[in-house]
Design a protein around this ligand. Structure first.
Ligand code: ADP
Ligand code: ZN
Length: 447
């Protein structure tokens, strides 16, 4: 029997909006709602979270000082350091009795931070996940294959509940055991794949090795996030897995996945402004930048009970696009992030994001999408080595041709990055493959 789900490769649900009232609200109305919710949030945290109470008291600020949304900029930032100082439960705004779930960040940049959810928080999270998954084209007809790791990490649970809320059939695979993932995709006819972009590539690689033709699978949409990825990487994944690859963004400190997600126009992720206020700041001065500027994303939650966040510095570098979107949603669109400011490499004074290097590698025929960056300091000078897998033809090519390939790649990198990098070609299949977030940088300068 043929499964009708196979015929859903074309996104015929692009026009579906999960919550049209809230997602398509006129800006004036949206801002009035934000201001009211912001005042409530400030009141709530001033009463129940000592860290906020002390910070606000120090500068004599309270909800009464919020005349307009711009007044939010008077309030102090919250940083990962605040969360660490109050580890584990010090930033909770409700007694633990009311907390029904605990998660934590992945700990990519140090000791993980702990977050909690009340029953209402879980409901909000589920609704917001259902929103962005609907925007990406997921419907009750889908079989959603969740290959994010289940556990303290928010990714898997966020999308799991979002998909169930939509009415899709959820396969809670978790990450790892790639051969089994592929078998389940084949046998259960998974239509939507949830994982990190790097794991999507790992799966594509493994399928190739096993001789599995992605065209014979039922996959039609990918919901990828949890790490930065370039447009080139998106194209690669789409071509190799034969699906529409969509981006979604979240961080555990602010909720998890469901903060922002792409609609079918794939032109930035709608950030759900009825629940969060985004600001873009200059990461060095903390000054709020005008609309359209590239800078660090700062988020304030408007509806969270257990773990409200006021002006949380995400460290993610992006920009916001307030122009209308063809889908009809009015919420601002957040551009693909170039990565976290912590991931930014400063090589001989030049700022370099791993995603910039990724873009170049993906454009050069012969490079495989597996790479690692090694930063070192030699004689007081920073050095950057780009280790990249190449296909067998190039790897086993005669020395002269290989040298020309390396020269070409080094020139492309230098002109795109504005600083030189040494290229080292490595054997096919020798780089690590990732099941979760990829680790691109080895920094030997520390210590
Ligand atoms: P950790 O901060 O320890 O990695 P999380 O698992 O909460 O913990 O990860 C959140 C971070 O993951 C974000 O701050 C951001 O840097 C990154 N991230 C999440 N989604 C995306 C995305 N779609 N694009 C780029 N980066 C993302
Ligand atoms: Zn849109």
């Amino acid at each position: 029997m043929t499964d009708t789900r196979n015929n859903m490769k074309i996104d015929r649900h692009a026009d579906r909006i999960w919550d049209p009232v809230n997602e398509c609200m006129a800006r004036e109305e949206l801002e009035a709602l934000q201001l009211a919710r912001l005042r409530e949030t400030i009141d709530r945290v001033s009463h129940s979270v000592p860290c906020y109470r002390n910070k606000f008291a120090k500068i004599g600020l309270g909800s009464k000082d919020l005349q307009t949304l711009e007044d939010l900029s008077l309030f102090p930032f919250t940083t990962k350091e605040d969360l660490r100082l109050n580890y584990p439960y010090g930033m909770f705004a409700v007694p633990l009795r009311q907390v029904v779930r605990i998660h934590s960040s992945s700990g990519t940049t140090g000791k993980p931070t702990v977050v909690g959810y009340t029953r209402n928080d879980l409901q909000t999270w589920t609704e917001l996940a259902a929103r962005f998954m609907t925007a990406a084209g997921v419907t009750e007809d889908d079989i959603v294959h969740v290959a994010f790791g289940y556990g303290l990490f928010t990714g898997a649970f966020g999308l799991h509940y979002g998909a169930e809320r939509i009415g899709a059939s959820v396969i809670p695979m978790s990450s790892g055991n790639t051969d089994k993932q592929i078998m389940i995709m084949q046998d259960y006819r998974s239509t939507a794949l949830v994982c990190t972009p790097s794991y999507a590539l790992t799966i594509a690689d493994r399928m190739e090795r096993l001789g599995v033709n992605p065209a014979e699978l039922a996959l039609r949409v990918g919901l990828f996030g949890a790490e930065p990825w370039s447009e080139e990487m998106r194209r690669e994944i789409q071509n190799r897995l034969g699906l529409v690859a969509t981006d979604n963004f979240g961080l555990s400190e602010v909720m998890g996945p469901g903060i922002a997600g792409e609609c079918s126009f794939q032109c930035g992720m709608h950030l759900f402004e009825d629940h969060f206020i985004p600001e873009i700041i200059d990461p060095d001065t903390g000054e709020v930048l005008p609309p359209g500027s590239v800078g660090e994303l700062v988020l304030t939650s408007l509806t969270k009970e257990a773990f409200p966040m006021v002006r949380y510095r995400t460290r993610d570098i992006t920009c916001l696009d307030y122009s209308p979107c063809l889908c009809g949603r009015t919420h601002v669109r957040m551009c693909k992030t170039s990565g976290r400011s912590d991931d930014m490499l400063i090589i001989k004074g030049v700022n370099v994001f791993p995603t910039q290097i990724e873009e170049v590698l993906f454009q050069v025929e012969g490079c495989e999408p597996h790479y690692q960056l090694v930063v070192d300091r030699v004689g007081g000078m920073d050095t950057l080595e780009v280790q990249v897998e190449v296909n067998e033809r190039i790897f086993f090519d005669e020395m002269k041709k290989q040298r020309a390939f390396v020269d070409h790649l080094e020139k492309r990198l230098a002109s795109s990055l504005g600083v030189g990098a040494r290229v080292k070609l490595v054997e096919p299949s020798s780089m690590p493959r990732y099941e979760g977030k990829a680790k691109r940088v080895i920094d030997r300068r520390q210590g």
